[in-house]
Design a protein. Sequence first.
Length: 692
Amino acid sequence: MSEQKERKNPFFFPYNTPHDVAPFDRIKLEDYEEAFLEGIRREDEQIDKIMNDPRKPTFDNTIISIDDEKDGEGYYDLLERVSSVFFNQLSAETNDDMDALAQKLSPVLTKHANDIRLNEKLFERIKYVHQHHRKLTPEEKMLLDKCYDGFVRSGALLDAAGKERLRQLTEEASMLGLQFSQNLLKENKAFTLHITDESQLDGLPETAREAAALAAKEMEKDGWVFTLDVPSYSPFMTYSTQRELRRQMYMAKNTECIHDNSENNLEICKRLINLRRELAQLLGYKAFADYVLKHRMAGNVRNVYKLLNDLIAAYKPTAIKEVAAIEKLAKKTEGKDFKLEPWDFGFYSHKLQLEKYNLDAEMLRPYFELSKVIDGVFSLANRLYGITFKENKDIPVYHPDVKAYEVFDKDGSFLAVFYADFHPRKGKQGGAWMTEYQGQWIDREGENVRPHVSVVMNFTKPTEEKPALLTLGEVETFLHEFGHSLHGMFANTRFESLSGTNVWWDFVELPSQFMENFAIEKEFLRTFAFHYQTGEPIPDELIDRIIKSRNYNVAYACLRQVSFGLLDMAYYTKKEAFTDDIIPFEKKAWEKAMVTEQLPYTCMTVQFSHIMSGGYAAGYYSYKWAEVLDADAFAVFKKEGIFNPVTAQRFRDCILSKGGTENPMVLYKHFKGSEPTIDALLKRNGIRRGKK
């Protein structure tokens, strides 16, 4: 009992860890709420000081003070400190108690944020500085505009009734977004396919069988267990000859959160769509998409639809041929009366890929042992930018799967802390993402505070017999998230709110998608792709097959992404209350991009985290927008040399280190010298505009 009384909340004191990283080994559940409430109190105190400063408002005593809300001693921002740990853990390592605490704290935190943004006295100071300020640097001007516009977009110009309504809308949306995510995680983890008859494993590669056996063992079951996590689900749908079991897996995956239970997300989605529409209209916009796109490279709804429609026009003829070829093979195999269903598509698509290119994801796995892939990705960063990575086991981590590295710049100076979290587990959301536990900024004494970045993924786990062996797709995912992390690690701006990935959302995917290009470059693969048993390098002939097959089903994949963009825009361009039934509305919204038959009782919306709870509402098109940018940028590297350090340094200096300090198109033109065009993407994908 005495130990309990003497224990101190680690958030309140210097961490005394390497690089002041979060002390995951000392943080307990009960620490969070106490730190959140004290962090709110301290931030209120700081805002009160700024608001009641008797001096005339200036950029320095108002805008900088708001952006740099450290505590009274200038040591750290407690609220930011606890928030970064808690909400990252909520995605990567949650449990029922953390979920319950998140629901409890969500309205408190939303109210606090609204109290600041709707503070009339504080806004009057910001408004004064916006109208009367000293000569500012471009970065200072960007911060001022972002601060002023952030308050306006959060309701600062509304009357009292409008402000009260905005509070209601944002608090409800925050709670529902959280509920959406928790429901999806529970539904995803609730389903398992338990097999005890070995004959039902027919077609599955050894890696999938071993992973399923390990999953069963972890659940204390006999046989094999398959889940809806991608490393389990994807191989099953690709290789299993058991059509009925593929159907069960497919339907389980594609009916998540539409069942008649407490995890149903249908009404939550409808409500979120309407809350966002009403919020945008309250702030003077016709629809939520108009509100969002004001701060995007696309600029307006018309430009988003132009991109999506141009892609449909360019890719759909090819996509139709791709699907027809798969259907032809299926009928040839099964008989002319065979009807290709969605749970058959991956299976026969794989067979056609084998037939055309003699290429299979399982052929590549032995060459993509995780530790070697890590070495390869780190070596690529070293070759491009001169940076090095050193694992530091003294840095605390929140799970044994997580590795922590110190990153050093080419001059040997400390650059960042890099966490990598590789494998699926019970308390972890699906998918892959990059995040930060600490951003970069330059403090008032001139010290460049370096970032702590993390990539979180759901890769194939090691088994008792084999190390973690990845697919080429998983290697691409690693490169993607690593590209985001470089954006964070190279951040070199004065203000934290403008550093790293704090850029417009249709620009944020450029650094990540750019890195994916290296996945099929022969020179890159030769640096790390060695057989995990023999040590033999990946054969040139196999690399050639990878390159030849790079555009296999590329048009189908493009239209799939476009369909998601269309669905997103259909919801968030609504000007009237959304009263439709989600499922039929979804089918109609993306119909133009569809090249396969849709099933009536499946639903994407209810598990579409990006646009419901992940910040991409009215912004999913960003992936295709950034793909135009990344193809255009990589074409520069292809011309000047893919490992050219001068080109890489220009990319770092003009884009990766600049964060949101300038308009992204300006940054891009600094790098390339001109605006991007769609031509490089069409060339990369083997598509030509106007080609039938």
